[in-house]
Design a protein around this ligand. Structure first.
Ligand code: SF4
Length: 465
């Protein structure tokens, strides 16, 4: 077990050896495998089937796809607009989607987690967010202690907006920082001051938000190990409860906004490994627990405690301690998981608008999971979230012995044991502190679709490091 005061050093040589294209496993099976033949009618049927679990809680994700200015590195689904009024028609469509969803789920009502992501969710302003929350309040029921979270941009989020969110029960917050170095910020098209970050952080603390998260990115233009280490130290001094450090994927042919980044200013692949290695070392050295390969939490944070107890979950919203069997996706590009099936809304704003305005759902792809998918999903989720997978718990859940079903996959773990990423005993598989950084590679062992032989599809993925 990784004790809070243990520093994890990840050699750059290992990062280079294991860096290959692979899924992030925010879902299994992964989105590129899903079928375009799954549509709104399938989603309606899934919601009707899910309605019979009257008391089971729900997770809800709501996507607000607007920003004032596009950051050069952005890879999100978002639109640039200058005035909050641009979001008004969109907010009305989301409310329509909520009402239609509630009708099909009736009498199931309880919401245990709600997350607003984007884009910049606060772009909709308090009237827009308020309208969405009011509609949810009217048609669903937030359970006691509901985890309500939101992503904020320190450049545009105001103290008044945070006051309002707290008054509506919001209690978790994620702050986009990326890098504190002014030169890196300029070269990345996102300039924000330390004061702006501090203002959001202090206000969130004053309002009693828990699980305060700061997002960083490595691989941005002009980042050096020395400069990034300075950012890491300053961020650690701010003592957020959680930290995430994401890899920047430079894809200028797919993302036109990234063409503003000067290629010659980007760190080399080896420098990128060194940046990531520095982040792991600094965060674990400062007492943060590594929660996933690129997420960290203070030992006192509920995510770290849940991981210790083996009850951490992961979905498109990130890591969570609340288990809800079904997740409702609202807004364009959002993904839901209902009755063991994935359903994704259109990523094109016009397609989303037309279908919702027509009193339809805008699902354009999805997948109903087979028993094989569910067993692989279970193993991958437990390895990714809790860094262990208990054989008898697997048996209790599926009535099948892990060693019988996954004999071939199990043999493929030898390389990870040899590199000290994993330990295997009669009771469970355990990912070591060193192996946490390579957990995507370990999870790939259980992915039936990677060869392209299952389901007839072969996907393209970003690199694992
Ligand atoms: S704030 Fe986030 S979503 Fe908006 S442009 Fe920047 S990176 Fe993209």
């Amino acid at each position: 077990m990784n004790k809070s005061n243990e520093t994890t050093h990840v050699p750059v040589e290992l990062l280079a050896r294991y860096d290959k294209p692979g899924p992030r496993y925010t879902s299994y099976p992964t989105a590129p495998i899903w079928s375009n033949e799954v549509g709104p009618n399938d989603y309606e049927d899934a919601l009707r089937r899910a309605s019979v679990n009257h008391d089971a809680p729900l997770s809800v994700y709501c996507h607000i796809p607007f920003c004032k200015k596009r950051c050069y590195y952005c890879g999100c689904t978002t639109f640039i607009a200058s005035k909050p009024a641009a979001a008004e028609p969109y907010v009305d469509l989301v409310c329509k989607e909520i009402i239609k969803t509630a009708g099909l789920l009736h009498p199931r009502k309880k919401i245990a987690t709600l997350h607003f992501g984007g884009g910049t969710p606060t772009f909709a302003g308090t009237p827009g967010l308020g309208k969405i929350i009011d509609t949810m309040d009217e048609h669903f029921k937030f359970v006691q202690g509901c985890e309500k979270s939101i992503e904020v941009d320190p450049r545009v989020t105001t103290p008044e907006q945070l006051d309002y969110l707290a008054s509506r029960g919001f209690n978790r917050i994620s702050i986009g920082v990326q890098d504190l170095n002014p030169e890196v910020q300029k070269a990345s098209g996102r300039v924000q001051t330390d004061e702006q970050v501090m203002a959001i952080l202090n206000k969130s603390r004053e309002l009693g938000f828990k699980g305060i998260n700061i997002d960083l990115i490595y691989g941005l233009p002009l980042q050096t190990v020395e400069g990034f280490t300075e950012t890491l130290k300053r961020v650690i001094d701010l003592k957020p409860d959680r930290l995430a450090v994401y890899s920047f994927a430079f894809l200028p042919d797919l993302k036109a906004n990234q063409q503003k980044i000067k290629k010659e200013e980007l760190p080399t692949t080896n420098e990128k490994y060194a940046l990531f290695s520095a982040a792991i070392e600094q965060f674990t050295g400062a007492g943060y627990r590594q929660i996933g390969m690129d997420h960290f939490a203070l030992p006192t944070d509920e995510l770290a405690i849940a991981q210790e107890d083996g009850r951490l979950y992961r979905n498109f919203m990130g890591y969570s301690v609340q288990s809800a069997p079904d997740m409702i996706g609202l807004g364009m590009s959002s993904i839901g998981y209902v009755d063991n099936g994935f359903y994704q809304n259109h990523s094109k704003l016009n397609s989303y608008k037309e279908m919702i305005a027509d009193d339809n759902f805008s699902v354009f792809r999805g997948m109903k999971l087979s028993d094989d998918d569910l067993m692989r999903q279970y193993v991958i989720t437990h390895l990714m979230c809790n860094f262990r997978m208990n054989f008898s718990e697997f048996h209790n859940k599926f009535g099948i012995k892990y060693s019988d079903y996954f004999a071939n996959e199990h043999d493929g773990l030898t390389q990870f044991v040899d590199d000290k990423f994993m330990e295997i005993c009669d009771v469970q598989l355990t990912v070591t502190p060193l192996g946490r950084t390579f957990v995507r590679n370990i999870a790939m062992t259980y992915d039936a679709y990677l060869s392209g032989s299952e389901g007839g599809k072969k996907a393209t993925f970003s690199r694992t490091i």
